[in-house]
Design a protein around this ligand. Sequence first.
Ligand SMILES: [Zn+2]
Length: 119
Amino acid sequence: MDSTKRCAACAMELRDEATRCPHCRAVQPGAVMHRGGEGRKLLGVCLALSRHFGLDVALVRVAFVILLAVFGGTPLMVYLLLWAFTPPSAIGKAPIQRVVDWMVGPAEGSGEPKVERRV
Ligand SMILES: [Zn+2]
């Protein structure tokens, strides 16, 4: 798949998975922060962040390592939280969403909305 789309702000051609325009830096509507794609190292959180904010992934990783060194465990918690709330791909479900689905029950999951029956 090598599809492209147009920037919502400046109409430049973008890669379909782009969440932010490299030309005018406008965030694309409907862009979901996700961890999919190339260049993923650990859980893909740094990659998702870098793409979401239009930053270099190496910069985000260095910043994260510095935060770890300065603040200890707190950035690690943030990292895991971000992981839990970020889907693995643009169409995937976040880990936390999967847990919620699992708790709600197997009746859901087919994708159809729950219909409450009225008496
Ligand atoms: Zn643009």
